[in-house]
Structure formats: C-alpha cells, structure tokens
Ligand binder design. Sequence first.
Ligand code: AMP
Ligand code: ZN
Length: 479
Amino acid sequence: MKLHLHDTLTREKRTFVPLDPNNVRMYVCGPTVYDFAHIGNARPVIVFDVLFRLLRHLYGADHVTYVRNITDVDDKINDRAARDFPGLPLNEAIRKVTEKTEKQFHEDVDALGCLRPTVEPRATEHIVEMRAIIEKLVAGGFAYVAEDHVLFSPQAMNAANSVLPRYGALANRSLDEMIAGARVDVAPYKRDATDFVLWKPSKPGEPSWPSPAGIKVEGRPGWHIECSAMAWKHLGEQFDIHGGGIDLVFPHHENELAQSCCAFHEGRMANIWMHNGFLQVEGEKMSKSLGNFVTIRELLGGWQGYGWPGEALRLNMLRTHYRQPIDWTLEGLDEAHKTLWTWYEGLASVEPLSELPADIVASLCDDLNTPQMIAAMHGLHRSGKKRELRAALRLLGFSGDRNKIGRVAVATGTSDGVSTARASSGAIEAADVEKLIADRQAARARKDFKESDRIRDELAAMGVVIKDSKEGTTWEVAR
Ligand code: AMP
Ligand code: ZN
C-alpha cells in the first residue's frame, strides 16, 4: 500500500518513497528538558509515534530508525538550575535538572502509549559534530566569525549558485521580506539582520566547550545547529522525514535545513517535512508562556491522586487530524475515554487478526488520517468485528484492555486555569481500591500519616469512601 504524506516544503501531499527501504529514517525535534511537558508538547510525540508504528508496519520493525533528540543545553535549563539548586555549581545543578526532567518526560510519554525512539541523542554529547559542521560552513563561505561568535549568513546561501535550496523556501518567505521585517536592535556583530548564531561565547560559570573556527574563548552552540548535528550523526547527510510542531518551521527548521544543505552541498536535508498543528485552549495555543497549560502529569493523575488513563489522552489527540488545530476540552477527553471503555468490552481475551482490514491501513496511509480510521473502528465495533478492532487498536498503540483504563473517579481540581475535573464513568476496579487500602494501612503502621492521608484523599477522589473500625477498613463507592 502506498503511503502519502503532506510535505511542508512543497506544500503538497506526496507519495512517500524511502531513500533506503531497508532503513527508513525519521528525525523529530524533542523536548528541552527543564520542566514537566504539557499536553501540547505531547501532540508531536503521539503523532510521530503513530507514524513510527505505521512505518514499522509497512517496512518491518527492524527497518525504521526513529531519532528524537533531547535538548540539554539551553538558557531555560540554566535559569531553572540556578533557581532550584542555588548552592550547587551551575554545571552540577544543570545535570540534576536535565536528568530529572528527562526521566519525567519518559514516564509521561510511556503512559501515553508511545514507543521509545530508536535513538534519543543528547545535544551535549554531539558537540564534536556541531563543531565539524560549523567548520564546513565557515570554509564554504556560508558562515563567519565575529566577536567570538560564529554566524550563518542566509544572504551567502542565496547568493551561491548551486544545488542549494533557497533560504526561506520551507517557511515560504522571501529573504527580502525577512530583512524588511527584521528588528531594529540587531546585535552589532551581525553583518546582516537575518544572520543567525551557530556558536556563541559562554558566560562565566555556564556550560562551555572549546570553540570552532579558531575562536580562543570557550563557547556553546546555538539551538539550530544541535539538530543538524544529531540528525547527521544518526541518520546521515540526507534522510526521509523530519518532523515537529508547526511553530518549529521558522526559524528552527528553516535554519537546520540551511545549515545541513550548505555544509554537505546537498539540495535536501529531509525528503519530507511534517508539522503537527497546535493544541489549543479556547482558541489559543497551549504554551508555558501564556500560562494556559496543563501538564501530562497532572492529567495522568500523579498529582492529588486522580487522573485520566494515558490511552484516553492518546485517543482524544488522534480524533483530530494531526495538521488541524485541536481544542483540548474535558468533554472531548471524557468522550474518548467512554469510547475506549465501550470498545474494550470483552476485547482483552480476543486474539487480534493478523491481517489488518485494508480500509484501516488505507486511512493511515492517507497522510495519517486518524479521524477516518477511528470512524472505521466505530464501524468494526458496531458490526461486532472484535478481532479486526483489536488489530486496529494495536496498530494505533492501544491496549484493548479495560484493566488498563479502569482508573476512574469523581474529582475536581484546578491547575493554572485549566480545570481537570472529570466525570464518573463507573469503572472503579476493586483490586485498585484494595491495593490502596493496603498501602494506607502500611503507611499508618509506620506512622507515615502524611502518606496515609494522601491515599485517603486519592480514594476520595476516586469516589471511594472508607470507614475504619476495630475489624478493619471497609469501603464503598459514593454515588
Ligand atoms: P518546546 O518545548 O516548546 O520546544 O516544544 C516541544 C515540541 O512540542 C515541539 O515540537 C513543539 O512544536 C511542540 N509544541 C509545543 N506547544 C505545542 C502546542 N500547543 N500544540 C502542539 N505542539 C506543540
Ligand atoms: Zn530540532
């Protein structure tokens, strides 16, 4: 079956032809690790996980390499490290922040049913490759040194008479427009307003590495060069798919593309560029800076003892086509959860059909049309085709097991303006309750009353009322 994907660069749906079908290669920009990821950040992770699963289905699980980086050098990380660990040397504090955040990120996206990428490179482990690309760019006349910085010149790129793409082609902007729109307070060391940083000197105490291009003082990389370096190291000079959220098109991906094409004298970096639309709250992009965000962790319920199953978050995300904006609502989430609850009835013991229904795969192959696929899955459920439904669920990364989505309750909480109240869907598992009661008993026995109270609150949030007596603890569901 042919796969068609929308390419941001050519602005059309194109037939996907891998450079090497034995090793289909995809790069997706990953998180900057300084804080919990919000549910908007989960969108590219889930969308490209679905694509990863589809590619594995089409080309074989051992014939796909998926690289998603971890950005572990950034001003936001430095600021967070200084704030959270004021007593530690900055580099040590930074390591604490990045290790903790990376672990949280993994736990969160695992819970959303996402496979780990084949490689998860860290920026700080690829400084050698960054320096090598920078040297090539300086030698080729695309970059220059000024006041211990190295800057990339889009003008030099567009003046080169060669196979190179035009700077601005990905974002569909002309360089003249960009020059006209450039801010007035351009850094004095830049020759042109549109030049961007490849390398800059580090401030005292900041992470620093020996600089390229003959610069004497130590420095650190700019953001865009990191991805060019990691993609090169793990996928080569050219690869098949490059992905990320729509906000990364400009300047991040435009600059990555410019750096890689100029360094390797190629007309392309990735064959296809894919970008997911925004997850929104009341019509606005969910973002840290607007403060209208809710973290994956809060939704999952590792916070105040209640939450949504990761699979409900995943289905809610996939009900909208990846290029469209999603308005994230509780109603949508509740509906997604109810759908799974209905589909999963008696499904756990059903063997998935080994051959997937053609229309199911065809929907995904049509630029990841998950809403169409989900509509087809409703059809499978209605007509009692349990084995087909189980197979379709598996392809999309769903368990098909009610025990995995049964955690439920009546609870209300507010986090940063986004209500995380949830409705009861009557799926309290006795085993979960018994386990929590046993944990609470153990906490009381060791006089850890903070923990025992926390567990009682968690049970209350699930709608479970407990009564302690001499005979032990009994419980009932409050309705
Ligand atoms: P950031 O931490 O802002 O660099 O974002 C990490 C990834 O999440 C990038 O691929 C962003 O494009 C993506 N992203 C951030 N916010 C949203 C949002 N509200 N909706 C969809 N994707 C987002
Ligand atoms: Zn990137």
